[in-house]
Structures are given as C-alpha cells and as structure tokens.
Ligand binder design. Structure first.
Ligand SMILES: [Zn+2]
Length: 244
C-alpha cells in the first residue's frame, strides 16, 4: 500500500457509480493504470476535470495491491482546442482507442508517451491535415509496440524489394510483383513512407506532407491497423474521404 505520483494522459473514462468514475491512464513509467476516481462526479470535486479524456498532467495515486485510487491531479494540458473541433476530435478519440488497445499494466512506454503528447500538440495547434498526423501516430505506435510491417523484402519469396510492390496487411508486409497475390498495389513512394517514417523522430512526419504518396500510404496502413487491431469502427476519415 503506497502513494505515488506519475505523469499521465487520460485515455478513457467510464461511470462507475453515482459519484465515481474509472479512468484509464497512460503513464510513461507504468504503462496502463486503471484507477477509481472517487467522488469525481460531484460538481465541486477537485478531480472533476482531471478525469476527462486527453487531460495530461501529474497524477497522484494510491495503490493497494492491484487496485489504484486517484487522489489528486495537477493538470498541465487539457487540449481544449481539440475538443472544440469535431474533425480533429474524431482523430484524437481514435488515438485514445489505439492506446487503449495496446497499453498493458506495468509495461512502461516512455517513448510512446512522448510521441503521443507531440502528436496531440500537432493535432490541436498545427496546420497539417489531421489525417497526416494520424498516419504518423499510427505508424509510430505500431513500431514502438514491435508491430511494424516488413516493407523491404517479399513476405512470400523473401526477395529484396526496391520499387513498386503489393501490401499484404494479413502477411504483415510487402509482397513482390512476381509473386501471385490478391493484395493491393503499393507505389514505391508509399512503401518507403511506411518503411522509413516510424524509424525517424516523430516531428519528421511534417516533411511527408509534400509527398504525393502519403494519402496512399495512410490508406494502406489503415488496412494494416484494422487487420491487426480491429479498429474499423473507431477510424476517422482518410484524407480526401467524405466525412461520415
Ligand atoms: Zn515475392
């Protein structure tokens, strides 16, 4: 039994009883923390704003074996701009679903935590298309969870690939044009974006905005995410796609 403090981002919240909520936190040091926030639904609770999705700050928690209780929070960022823009909010809400799908208790992910905060800043305050920021976030999230597709060799024959190919989401990578496959075609440019972007610093994704192949890479990578994590129903529109 002990109290401790950690930076964290609120990924999810659920009503628990009349005045309490369960919150899922993403902590760089502890990974996923599911905690109860007692009394946070009372109008004057100091925890009222601390349990909103996207809130980040320093959270003080109490641990009793596997049960966590949220005691206090010093909010550092609430991303109000994001909440006020429906299109951007759709993208951000999808990222929280992705995090909810991959985070595990006692599995520290300090790099993914920083990536998430950087990405949220771009989504909230930047001028780049939300679909581009989402693509970059998806690729880094998968790479940091050891789930990057293999793009430099054929998943069927093993031959190195250095040009156009096919992208087989179910085989976790590229397939050369000589092998028989029903998988969709991928241009060399889009293949290189999927291969290289998650190996660079997150901020480098801004340069991809000038590359005409990025919407193709985003579309094919979304298919890959859906094959691995089954996130179809949460996915935001792709670039140029009519809004739902
Ligand atoms: Zn092949």
């Amino acid at each position: 039994m002990s109290s401790f403090s950690t930076p964290a981002l609120v990924v999810r919240r659920a009503d628990y009883s009349d005045y309490d909520r369960m919150v899922t936190l993403f902590s760089p040091e502890y990974g996923r923390i599911d905690a109860i926030a007692r009394g946070c639904r009372r109008p004057k609770s100091p925890l009222l704003n601390a349990v909103e999705p996207f809130t980040s700050g320093e959270f003080q928690l109490y641990r009793n074996r596997e049960r966590f209780t949220l005691e206090q929070c010093q909010i550092s960022e609430s991303y109000f701009d994001l909440r006020a823009d429906y299109d951007r909010l759709l993208h951000g809400a999808y990222w929280l679903k992705l995090l909810d799908a991959v985070l595990l208790p006692d599995a520290p992910m300090p790099r993914l935590f920083l990536t998430t905060l950087r990405a949220l800043a771009y989504l909230s305050y930047g001028e780049l298309p939300p679909a581009l920021v989402t693509m970059a976030f998806e690729m880094h999230l998968m790479a940091q969870n050891g789930m990057s597709p293999r793009m430099d060799a054929c998943m069927l024959c093993g031959k190195p690939i250095d040009g156009d190919a096919r992208f087989d989401a179910w085989r976790d990578g590229a397939v050369c044009l000589e092998c028989r496959s029903p998988a969709p075609h991928i241009s060399n440019g889009a293949r290189r974006i999927i291969m290289k972007l998650p190996r660079t610093d997150f901020d480098k994704f801004t340069m991809v905005n000038d590359r005409p192949e990025w919407p193709e890479a985003a579309r094919l990578f979304r298919g890959y995410i859906n094959a691995r994590l089954h996130m179809e129903k949460f996915a935001p529109p792709l670039f140029g796609e009519a809004e739902k």
